[in-house]
Design a protein around this ligand. Structure first.
Ligand SMILES: Nc1ncnc2c1ncn2[C@@H]1O[C@H](COP(=O)(O)OP(=O)(O)OP(=O)(O)O)[C@@H](O)[C@H]1O
Length: 331
C-alpha cells in the first residue's frame, strides 16, 4: 500500500482578485430570459452559487466554461473571456458536472488519468496526479475499482478527482452533494472546504441548499429572476479573516494595546447589528488577521494579559437574511 501524498499549499491569492466577473449577462432561450442582465462577482476562496431549481445555475456555469455563448454581456474567468479564450481557460478550470456521466466499466484511476491527459498533462504525470487526486478525495485504496461498482458518494468523489487532477486554479462543482446521505454530504463538504483552504484552489459550488453554502462558503452568488447578487459571508481563511472577541471590560484595554503593538487591526465590534455597547456589559472587539502568524499572536496576547475571554468566534453574516431579501422568498 502506498501512502497518500501531502497536500501542496499555494500562495494566498490577492484579496481583491476577481476569479469570475460578468457584466449585464443575458441569455435568451426559447423566448425566455434565463439570465436577464446578471452581474456576477466571484472573489478568492470558496463561493456558493445558490438558487432555486431552474434558477439558472447550470446555465451560468456553462457560460463561464465557454460551453455556451451568451446572448449579450461580458464574462471574465481568471482574467480570460471564455467565449474566445476557451482553449487557454480550460486547463485552469476543473469542472464536476451535475449529471452522473462516468463510464461504468473503467477503473477510477484510468478515468481520472485519461481526463488529466485531455487537459494537457503528459501520460506519466497524468497517472501520478490521478493517483494523488484519488488519495486526496479519500479513494486511494479504491482507485483501481471500476466506477460502476462504486456507491453514489464514491462516484461524486471520482468526479471531484477528475476535476482537480490537472491542478486547476478554479474548481466548478455543480451540485456535488446530490444523491448523498447526510454523512456523505458532510464529508464531501468538508473536503470541498479543505480544497479551498489547504490547496488554495478557488471553488464555485452550485447548490440549492442554503445550509451547505453557509457551512463551507466564504461568499455567495444568489441567482433569482435571471439576476445575480454577490455577498461575502466571511473572509477567506488563507489571507484575511476576522475574529469576534468578547472580553471582561477590565481586560479590553490591555488586549487591544497588545494586539495593536503586534500589528493587528482592532475595532469595536457591532453588537446585534448596531455599534452600540453590548447589553451584556462585556467588551466586544473585532480583530482582523491578515497574516498566518496572527492567530498565534492573538493567543499569545490573550494569555500574556490574563484576559477574561468569554467568546472567540468568526463572525458571519446571516445567509438566510441575505437569501430571503434577494429572492423575496418568505415575504
Ligand atoms: N438550451 C435550453 N433550452 C431551453 N431551456 C433552457 C435551456 N437551457 C436552460 N434552459 C432553461 O433555463 C432554466 C434554468 O435551468 P438550469 O438548469 O440552468 O437551472 P438550475 O438552477 O441549474 O436548476 P437545477 O437546480 O434544477 O439544476 C430552466 O428553466 C431551463 O429549462
Amino acid at each position: 500500500m502506498t501512502s497518500p501524498p501531502a497536500p501542496v499549499p499555494r500562495p494566498a491569492p490577492a484579496p481583491d482578485e476577481a476569479v469570475v466577473r460578468t457584466r449585464d449577462l443575458r441569455l435568451r432561450v426559447g423566448g425566455r430570459d434565463v439570465l436577464a442582465g446578471a452581474d456576477v462577482h466571484v472573489g478568492p476562496g470558496v463561493t456558493g452559487l445558490l438558487g432555486a431549481n431552474g434558477a439558472g445555475k447550470t446555465t451560468l456555469i456553462g457560460l463561464l466554461l465557454g460551453l455556451q455563448r451568451p446572448t449579450s454581456g461580458e464574462i471574465s474567468v481568471l482574467g480570460l473571456d471564455p467565449t474566445v479564450d476557451g482553449t487557454r481557460l480550460r486547463p485552469r478550470v476543473g469542472y464536476s458536472p451535475q449529471l452522473q456521466v462516468l463510464p461504468p466499466d473503467v477503473p477510477a484511476v484510468d478515468l481520472v488519468s485519461h481526463l488529466a491527459e485531455v487537459q494537457g498533462l503528459p501520460r506519466s504525470a497524468a497517472r501520478q496526479r490521478s493517483s494523488d487526486a484519488l488519495w486526496l478525495v479519500g479513494l486511494g485504496e479504491e482507485r483501481t475499482r471500476r466506477v460502476g461498482t462504486m456507491s453514489t458518494g464514491q462516484v461524486q468523489r471520482v468526479k471531484l478527482a477528475c476535476a482537480l487532477a490537472h491542478d486547476p486554479r478554479l474548481l466548478v462543482l455543480d451540485e456535488p452533494t446530490n444523491g448523498l446521505d447526510p454523512v456523505q454530504r458532510e464529508d464531501l463538504l468538508l473536503l470541498v472546504r479543505r480544497l479551498g483552504t489547504e490547496l488554495g484552489m478557488h471553488v464555485l459550488l452550485s447548490s440549492h441548499l442554503l445550509a451547505e453554502v453557509e457551512q463551507v462558503c466564504d461568499a455567495v452568488v444568489i441567482l433569482a429572476d435571471g439576476r445575480a447578487t454577490s455577498s461575502r459571508l466571511r473572509q477567506p481563511e488563507a489571507h484575511s479573516s476576522t475574529r469576534l472577541l468578547v472580553l471582561d471590560p477590565g481586560s479590553a484595554a490591555a488586549v487591544e494595546a497588545g494586539l495593536r503593538a503586534a500589528g493587528l487591526t482592532v475595532a469595536a465590534a457591532a453588537v446585534d447589528g448596531s455599534t452600540s455597547p453590548a447589553g451584556d456589559g462585556l467588551a466586544h472587539l473585532e480583530v482582523t488577521l491578515t497574516d498566518p502568524r496572527h492567530e498565534a499572536v492573538l493567543t499569545q496576547v490573550l494569555a500574556s494579559t490574563g484576559a477574561g475571554v468569554h467568546r472567540l468566534t468568526e463572525p458571519r453574516h446571516g445567509l438566510v437574511d441575505t437569501y430571503l431579501a434577494t429572492t423575496g422568498a418568505g415575504s
